[in-house]
Design a protein around this ligand. Structure first.
Ligand SMILES: [Mg+2]
Length: 406
């Protein structure tokens, strides 16, 4: 491009914020006698799994998604507590109130994790790093909880950055340095590359994200199928996906790549319950309900299966969503199937009840300014044909197009 400001103009500032050991941290905060002790939140020892473990418990090898019985064997002295989802949702709403002070472009990924696009917020609140710092201070000061933050020019890199030095971390990747930042990281940092895929990639000589970035696509496709193209683009830091706030979303979904393949309907149903919970919370926050429900399963060989149905009444609560998902699950041919990814989404969204309160604080002038700035910036993006095309091509990770980002 001939415009010397083009690079500058196109650079976005995206934050990924992720609460540290959220459920366990809320329990410790609510009961100070637990401070400094290993705390495990999860299902019963008989059949349950760990939902969250405090960092003290993690030192013993306890981690989320592990059977509670195994956690007990590793760390019998830990305090085991049941999941209090209502409480976590309450606290989560307070956390998201803080996020919304700095931009209306907040996309919740789960109860304790969100992307924020703060590109338009700089003149009011400072750089991405400054905003991340202020959010961390607000959350620590008002809620006595820690949040880790990643700051970058794309969602993918911001998410990796926030996770790099947890807990209570702040990792800033300056614009234009994403590829360099990613290059040294091990391939396990790649979205969706877990215990199954990583050894296969390593066997082909791919050790780092830098190796993936430099790879010939067909070599990646040998292991990853059509997903190889996306993986290479992401490893280069090319990710033009926008932050889509829930209130403007066309669909709200949640998906999970599993460390171990799921092989029973029971396991899949449980995974879908976790997704239903996350979706229900985001829909409540956004004040919407959804009529069309889609279940997506990715098999170990990367075959993607989906089933969709339209409900007679729009759903917004966990049970209604999960019931519908389980009814759909019955329609999948699952004999001997090994499932590496489960996903659930609701579309056909409709607004219900009162509009959500986006800015609970009183700085009316500031927030009006902020809304204007955000609109101005999104207008600018919409006017830029190449950005628009790339964004359209990259909506969601399922596209097979290589991003044309420079
Ligand atoms: Mg978290």
């Amino acid at each position: 491009m001939s415009d010397p400001d083009a690079q500058e103009k196109g650079a976005r500032t995206i934050l990924h914020l992720d609460m540290d050991a959220f459920y366990a941290s809320v329990e410790v905060r609510d009961d100070p006698s637990l401070v400094g002790k290993p705390v495990v939140v999860g299902g019963s020892a008989r059949r349950g799994v760990v939902s969250a473990a405090s960092y003290e418990a993690r030192k013993f090898g306890v981690h989320s998604a592990m059977p509670t019985a195994q956690a007990f064997r590793l760390c019998p002295q830990a305090i085991f507590l049941p999941v209090r989802m209502d409480r976590y949702i309450e606290v989560s709403d307070r956390v998201f109130e803080v996020f919304n002070r700095y931009t209306p472009l907040v996309e919740g990924l789960s109860i304790d994790e969100a992307f924020l696009d703060v590109t338009a917020s700089h003149s009011l609140f400072g750089s991405g790093e400054t905003i991340a710092r202020r959010i961390k201070e607000d959350v620590a000061g008002e809620l006595r909880l820690n949040v880790s933050a990643g700051v970058a020019d794309s969602k993918f890199v911001a998410k990796i950055a926030s996770d790099l030095h947890k807990p209570n971390a702040l990792v800033v990747v300056p614009p234009g340095t994403s590829r360099q930042f990613l290059a040294k990281l091990p391939i396990e940092r790649m979205w969706g590359v877990g215990a199954k895929t990583a050894p296969k990639l390593r066997a082909l000589g791919f050790q780092t994200l830098g190796d993936l970035a430099d790879a010939e696509v067909d070599r990646l496709e040998r292991v990853l199928g059509s997903w190889g193209v996306e993986v290479r683009a992401l490893a280069r830091g090319d990710d033009a996906r926008s932050v889509v706030p829930d209130r403007e979303a066309k669909s709200i979904g949640a998906e999970e790549t599993h460390d171990h393949d799921l092989t029973t309907r029971d396991e899949i149903s449980r995974a879908l319950l976790a997704s239903a919970q996350r979706i229900a919370q985001r829909m409540t926050r956004a004040g919407v309900a959804g009529r069309t429900i889609t279940v997506k399963l990715k098999l170990a060989d990367f075959t993607l299966l989906t089933r969709q149905t339209t409900l007679t009444e729009a759903a917004a609560d966990t049970m209604a969503i999960h019931d519908a998902a389980c009814a759909l699950l019955a329609k999948f041919p699952l004999k001997n199937a090994r499932i590496r990814l489960t996903g659930l989404s609701l579309s056909g969204l409709e607004v219900r009840g009162a509009a959500p309160v986006l800015f609970p604080d009183k700085a009316a002038v500031k927030r009006q300014k902020l809304e204007e700035l955000v609109r101005a910036v999104s207008d600018r993006y919409d006017g830029d044909d190449s950005a628009k095309m790339t964004r359209a091509a990259l909506l969601g990770l399922s596209t097979k197009r290589t991003p044309q980002f420079k």
